[in-house]
Design a protein around this ligand. Structure first.
Ligand SMILES: CC(=O)SCCNC(=O)CCNC(=O)[C@H](O)C(C)(C)COP(=O)(O)OP(=O)(O)OC[C@H]1O[C@@H](n2cnc3c(N)ncnc32)[C@H](O)[C@@H]1OP(=O)(O)O
Ligand SMILES: N[C@@H](CCO)C(=O)O
Length: 383
């Protein structure tokens, strides 16, 4: 295994730990055995860090991003990341996760397009993975992270935290590696994908694959990309990320500006969705969107563990579970199940009030801040 920074130079373990806040660090973990029985060759896991590990390495926190997120958890938009950190203001000196005390590591998920191995990465034969990229599960993502961090000498995290796909990753971390997790914060997710989620996400995948530029997944290097398909997928997704009442209060059935929807103009909500689609096209790879949407479909914490209830019951990690009352993609009953069945759920289900729907795990700063503070208090007790 080798460790490199940004991402060329190979360095030794103590050096990565001293790198400045926000540094991008890349770890080669070799071949990764997957849940499907396949193997992903020559895998790289990249991550960013804030704060510094202490000598005992018992102050390290894992922040896990959602579907189209990345390692840029905190800080302003920059050249590398065109969006503000997804929990900006919650992680940093003096913040809920105070990086004067804690060292936060945020891995880019494999399958994505922000540095860790994904379908657009170059395979060992020198060609992009494309259609050859294997199907992944959330457990494959966490396994790649566990191997990468263990290679850096990290065998235990004081806390793991995330929402949506990040929540699924945090849950898998707690269930798969209970001895390696002091406390967990699991937000806006369920124990397994529901039929509704699989239906919606499969429809999004099909929208991308229906784009002629998809070329069976082998469009890398072709000069075009199925971004039109991904734009449609994102519109469908974004509707599921917001609440129907909130959308109607904001947009009603009004026209966009001076446009006339009865002639050739757009409705305001259609313009809003188009804007969200265009933004994603500028920063995300359609192939990764397909792979990671499928990862969400494959989420099942009970697979191979005697079912969801048995898997959750057996998890001893002190876990805080949060859900959003207007979330129509991951409705509250799914977090109620987590809170009820997890072996060591702390404080029952924490309901976050938001008009924003699923996106509340990103937009509701104060409730998320409080849950992070509680999680870090739990983590402190476990040290
Ligand atoms: C961990 C992770 O999940 S990382 C990934 C998270 N980030 C993303 O997914 C990026 C996409 N953005 C979003 O999902 C959301 O904007 C959030 C969750 C980040 C923030 O939500 P909110 O603050 O409620 O933003 P909202 O839904 O109101 O969207 C605002 C945008 O819509 C635009 N908009 C609003 N109305 C219209 C309209 N009628 N026509 C066109 N654009 C419109 C605004 O100008 C604004 O644009 P900007 O984001 O380029 O500044
Ligand atoms: N806005 C988030 C929502 C998915 O959970 C994302 O794109 O990752």
């Amino acid at each position: 295994m080798s460790v490199s920074i940004d991402p060329a130079t190979t360095v030794s373990d103590p050096e990565w730990a001293q790198r400045p806040d926000g540094s991008q660090i890349s770890v080669s973990i070799g071949d990764l055995a997957l849940d499907s029985g396949a193997e992903l060759a020559d895998v790289t896991v990249t991550f960013q860090k804030w704060g510094t590990p202490n000598a005992a390495k018992d102050n390290i926190v894992l922040a896990l991003h959602a579907l189209t997120g990345n390692s840029h958890v905190t800080g302003p938009a920059d050249d590398r990341f065109s969006m503000t950190g997804w929990w900006d203001g919650l992680i940093g000196p003096g913040c809920a996760v105070d990086t004067d005390e804690w060292c936060v590591l945020a891995p880019n998920s494999i399958g994505g397009c922000y540095g860790s191995t994904g379908p657009g990465s170059v395979a060992p034969d020198g060609e992009p993975w494309g259609s050859r990229f294997p199907r992944l599960t959330v457990r494959d993502l966490t396994r790649s992270e566990e191997i990468a961090f263990r290679s850096l000498g990290i065998t235990r995290f004081a806390a793991v935290a995330g929402g949506s796909m990040g929540g699924a990753r945090a849950l898998e971390w707690a269930v798969t590696y209970p001895d390696s997790v002091g406390a967990a914060l699991v937000l806006a997710v369920g124990a397994r994908a529901s039929a509704d989620q699989i239906g919606t996400q499969t429809t999004q995948i099909e929208a991308i694959k229906a784009d002629p530029a998809w070329r069976g997944g082998d469009y890398y290097g072709s000069g075009s990309s199925p971004s039109t398909g991904m734009g449609i997928a994102r519109r469908i997704a974004h509707l599921s990320y917001r609440n129907d009442r909130e959308l109607d209060e904001r947009f009603e059935n009004s026209a966009q500006g001076e446009e006339d929807p009865l002639v050739d103009g757009r409705y305001s909500v259609a313009s809003y969705l188009e804007h969200q689609a265009e933004k994603l096209k500028r920063r995300f790879d359609p192939g990764s969107y397909v792979v990671l949407s499928d990862v969400l479909n494959n989420h099942d914490v009970g697979r191979g563990r005697g079912g969801v209830t048995a898997a959750l019951n057996a998890c001893p990690v002190p876990t805080i579970v949060g859900g959003i009352d207007s979330d129509r993609l991951y409705p509250l009953y799914q977090q109620e199940e987590l809170a009820r069945e997890l072996g060591n759920c702390v404080g029952g289900l924490h309901v976050i009030h938001s008009d924003a729907g699923h996106d509340g795990f990103l937009t509701e700063f104060e409730p998320i801040r409080r849950l992070l503070v509680e999680t870090m208090e739990l983590a402190r007790k476990q040290r």
